[in-house]
Unconditional design. Structure first.
Length: 235
């Protein structure tokens, strides 16, 4: 898809939004762990499942976990539609899964993801609507994420298994405080095999007095598996 550079500049500027806030909160590093499994059912349809567990200190004071699943349908080579649902559990701070919980939530979320490419740089824009049944009643939330991905050649027979990622995500609601959260992530992704990849990143999260998932700075570790039908099965 051909695009004009001027269209990209205002979007790219969002990546730098709130950079000054990155070091304004506690420097305590938490852990953010992700396991993702994707099944490519056909050229246009895929299914996914994901689990996450997080801690406010480095692999201590675990306070949050989630599990979710859904499907993604390719509307266009550069446009994906996703429908997901999941369960999200937040516990009190000060230990490992301290009760009573801050939040017990069921969530359904439709999502549109747009991809654009400039040379080797991939630009992702993700729009998500979250319908949330929480411990404090029903809530809506709107999320926008802008991501950049750039493959880095490494000295393995010209291999391009390594990529650098940078993203910024904004969270909004239809009630006060409206602007709820800002989440900035920078990291690397390495493709271990055709079906397996690992991600390592540093995530900073700025919260505005919400209790559905607290935290400031995290070391993020992710492991992804992608399963596919054989070409004969897809045909």
């Amino acid at each position: 898809m051909k695009i004009k550079t001027l269209k990209i500049l205002p979007l790219t500027a969002l990546i730098l939004f709130s950079v000054n806030a990155v070091f304004s909160q506690s420097n305590t590093i938490g852990s953010w762990n992700i396991l993702n499994i994707k099944y490519q059912y056909s050229e246009r349809l895929s299914l996914f499942g994901e689990g996450q567990i997080r801690s406010l200190s480095f692999y201590n004071n675990f306070h949050y976990f989630e599990y979710k699943g859904g499907f993604t349908f390719k509307l266009h080579p550069n446009t994906l539609f996703t429908l997901g649902t999941g369960n999200y559990q937040t516990f009190k701070e000060g230990g490992n899964f301290i009760r009573p919980k801050n939040n017990d939530e069921l969530r359904i979320w439709p999502q549109i993801t747009l991809f654009q490419t400039i040379n080797r740089l991939t630009i992702e824009q993700r729009y998500r609507l979250e319908m949330r049944w929480t411990s404090n009643g029903y809530k809506n939330r709107y999320r926008y994420r802008l991501g950049l991905k750039y493959p880095v050649p490494i000295a393995l027979s010209g291999s391009k298994k390594l990529a650098v990622n940078l993203s910024n995500e904004l969270f909004f609601t239809d009630s006060e405080p409206y602007f709820e959260r800002n989440r900035i992530l920078g990291g690397i992704e390495y493709k271990l095999s055709e079906f397996t990849s690992i991600q390592l990143g540093y995530l900073h999260q700025l919260d505005y007095k919400i209790n559905d998932e607290t935290g400031r700075d995290f070391l993020q570790l992710g492991l992804s598996f992608e399963l596919k039908k054989s070409k004969k099965e897809i045909e």
